[in-house]
Design a protein. Sequence first.
Length: 196
Amino acid sequence: MQLDRQLIDDPPAWLIRRLTQAAWTLAALGVVAFLIVGANRPANPYLVPANGRVSTKALTGFGATFVTVSAGAGLHTPRRPFCMLLATTTAQQDKGLMNQTSLHGFAGMVFQFAHPTQVAFFMKDTVIPLSIAWFRADGTFLSSTSMEPCPPAEFVCPTYSAGATYQLAIEAAKGSLTSLGIGPGSSVQLSGPCAG
């Protein structure tokens, strides 16, 4: 194959115009593709702390685990697992999110019970309004509700129950379960530590 040296050394104006048009066309297509696909992400936005970083350390006395959500019909499937606080012992589960003013960058708190249970939850000394979802032993969604803080003057706080036997529960900021992909038809799986 021989190249015409004159075209390389001194390209004609029509060739320069064609190459310039092709470059602008590709750039325009790239912008359109970004607007159609890229600017539409993420499908399930979530809040992060003001400093823009998610905490890398669990609250004292708690572990942290990745939770992978398979969303139900009509819910957005999360693109990544969520890092959540983990309560596995009775002491951790009794304390939960009491006296916390934020979730410290975590998506929520997972209560993992060793055996199926019907333990009810309450909001004593919990100042953050929360939503809770309960899951069967196989990780499938059972039910959910919202929970309001119990006023300090209340002697007896309302309790919130799954209405059936469950083995996992997830507490998250009130109203955020759907943005996590959690709802009817969804399922969750714990997939290992995410913070130390």
